[in-house]
Design a protein around this ligand. Structure first.
Ligand SMILES: [Mn+2]
Length: 407
């Protein structure tokens, strides 16, 4: 018995020793494995950093300068005189205007409109009837940073094609987008506005009446039709394919641009064609059409579900406002990019459906392919952040995700 017990103890002892050895083996292998992974990661980070540094040095090496913008003949990075691009005649005329929604003020619909208001609200996801009461060329109070009012930009700016995809957009919001662009852009810079109809079928006014109206009132704007709905991103890309201007500016179909919005977007692109620039996005209230800022600028980021987030600016960026600041991820809906660089990046991934995700696709490519993405706070564009229209899943409604979950 005693012998047997000793045998068991002995076995247990051996089992314990073997176990300890195995544990030791496992542990060292694991650590070795971890350290290899770690080394590999460090290696990767180093080479990524090297590439970033190399790309950032490109200006000094002149890799990005000397490129000729095809349409205007302007040379990227060439020293230029700086001028004041403000249109003071337009600004003075706007300051004197009074009426519904003028100066970007909120408006309230008259009595007896409730039923119609409700109908249009449901089909559009915002107070579309109220939009019909406001002038297409309504005035906006200048809410830019004070320093924007005295800023000068390159005297020769590249030409611009504005690309606006739309799907079942409301008549007056679509037209106001076009009118505000034409009225508040230098006419020799604005080459064309390309409205891309992404297969709308429900609204008669988006067909021949739209084309006729544009022909008569806004000949710079044209409509291209996509036979079936392809989604916002492919529609945008189709518009970009049609663009003849040096710079593609992408906007949404329910926007109003603020005074002198274009030169701050274009100036950084003139300096280096491998640049994309975003305006500061203001809010056009979906119920009252009041125009107000959401903030004075923020950096784009995302969480692990790839939901867009806005992070506060860093102190040195705040101190330098309204100087443009680098942005990791664009909001997605509103930006300017040189046509040449956009196609060098291969445009958007054609597999992107409807909306959402495209801001990551393009932003990552911009930063990884030697470009830069800036936000220019002196360029402001208002956007109707709306609910998803009735009958459309929220993901299909729209794409700008900033103020709240609705867009
Ligand atoms: Mn929108």
């Amino acid at each position: 018995m005693k012998l047997l017990r000793r045998g068991v103890y002995k076995n247990l002892y051996i089992i314990f020793l073997v176990g300890l050895f195995l544990y030791y083996l496992h542990k060292t292998r694991d650590t070795e494995h971890l350290s290899t992974v770690h080394e590999r990661l460090v290696e990767k980070a180093k080479s990524a950093l090297d590439r970033v540094l190399e790309n950032n040095a490109r200006d000094g090496e002149g890799k990005s300068v000397g490129i000729i913008f095809e349409d205007s003949g302007i040379v990227s990075g060439e020293p230029q005189a700086q001028i004041d691009w403000h249109n003071y005649t337009q600004e003075t005329a706007e300051r004197l205007r009074q009426g519904p929604g003028e100066q970007g003020k909120p408006y309230v619909l008259p009595e007896g409109t409730e039923k119609r208001r409700q109908e249009l609200y449901e089909t559009n996801g915002f107070n579309a009837l109220l939009s019909d009461y406001l002038a297409l060329d309504r005035s906006l109070t200048d809410i830019r940073h004070d320093k924007c009012k005295t800023r000068h930009y390159a005297a020769r700016l590249p030409t611009v094609s504005v690309v606006i995809p739309f799907f079942e957009e409301h008549w007056t919001t679509l037209l106001r987008t076009v009118v505000s662009i034409v009225n508040r852009s230098p006419s020799n810079v604005l080459k064309e506005i390309i409205l891309v109809d992404d297969g709308s079928t429900m609204k008669e006014f988006l067909r021949a009446p739209l084309v006729d109206w544009l022909k008569e009132h806004q000949p710079k704007a044209k409509v291209i039709r996509l036979p079936t709905r392809v989604g916002l991103i492919v529609a945008r890309q189709e518009g970009a394919r049609e663009a003849k201007g040096d710079v593609i500016v992408v906007l949404d179909s329910h926007c109003e641009v603020m005074t002198n919005w274009l030169p701050p977007l274009l100036d950084p692109i003139v300096q280096d064609y491998r640049t994309a620039v975003c305006p500061l996005i203001d809010v056009i209230n979906m119920d009252t059409f009041a125009y107000y800022p959401q903030d004075n600028g923020a950096r784009g980021a995302f969480d692990w579900r790839l939901f867009y987030k806005r992070l506060p600016l860093r102190q040195h960026e705040v101190d330098r406002l309204p100087e443009p600041f680098p942005n990791p991820v664009m909001n997605g809906g509103l930006f300017a990019i040189s046509r040449k660089f956009f196609w060098e990046l291969g445009g958007y991934d054609p597999g992107l459906a409807i909306w959402g995700g495209e801001q990551y696709d393009l932003s990552f490519k911009i930063w990884q392919c030697g470009g830069r993405l800036l936000d220019a706070p002196c360029s402001r564009v208002g956007h109707v952040f709306r609910h998803a229209p009735k009958g459309r899943p929220s993901v299909q409604g729209d794409f700008l995700s900033t103020v709240s979950s609705n867009s």
